[in-house]
Design a protein. Structure first.
Length: 167
């Protein structure tokens, strides 16, 4: 059973392996991160942890409980005034199995309970219907066009989900 865990320093090797193993798959739907991302991954990982510690972002990894590999990344960006932007990606070998939807739903609960958020937004490219389905199944509704600058130059749609306060 996969487990959604808050990103930690020790996750770096597994996250890098996940990104490298799925690079071509991700690049088919979203802009490639480029070689520099991989060459400077340790610095980027440390910067992400600093952003998380500062409370402006929250990063999660979906970890396979059998072998400890990373199956997905689920992130909350630009946390401010009770809102955040959701971004996520899952490994090719688990795509289409409901893994992303389940993790997004779980993260919505964490966003409210752990981070005090009331609204999540997410952008999905028109050329990425799988991502649009995940968002819709997780309770997000389309709210308007997304600037291609938010989607690596691709046209898309912003989605929104209002979160229920958690006890």
């Amino acid at each position: 059973m996969p487990e959604l865990k808050r990103l930690q320093a020790g996750h770096a090797p597994a996250v890098l392996a996940f990104e490298l193993a799925n690079r071509a798959y991700f690049a088919a739907a979203v802009s490639d991160r480029g070689d520099e991302f991989f060459h400077r991954f340790a610095d980027r990982h440390s910067a992400s942890l600093a952003e998380q510690d500062a409370g402006v972002c929250a990063f999660y990894v979906l970890v396979d409980s059998d072998d400890g590999s990373v199956l997905g990344r689920f992130n909350l960006y630009d946390i401010a005034d009770g809102t955040a932007v959701l971004g996520y990606r899952v490994a090719l070998h688990v795509a289409g199995r409901g893994v992303a939807t389940a993790a997004v739903v779980e993260l919505c609960g964490l966003a409210a309970a752990r981070h005090g958020l009331s609204v999540l937004r997410a952008a999905a490219a028109h050329a990425n219907p799988a991502s649009q389905r995940v968002l819709t199944k997780a309770g997000f509704v389309p709210v308007g066009p997304a600037d291609p600058a938010h989607l690596g130059g691709k046209p898309g749609t912003w989605f929104r989900r209002d979160l229920l306060p958690q006890p």
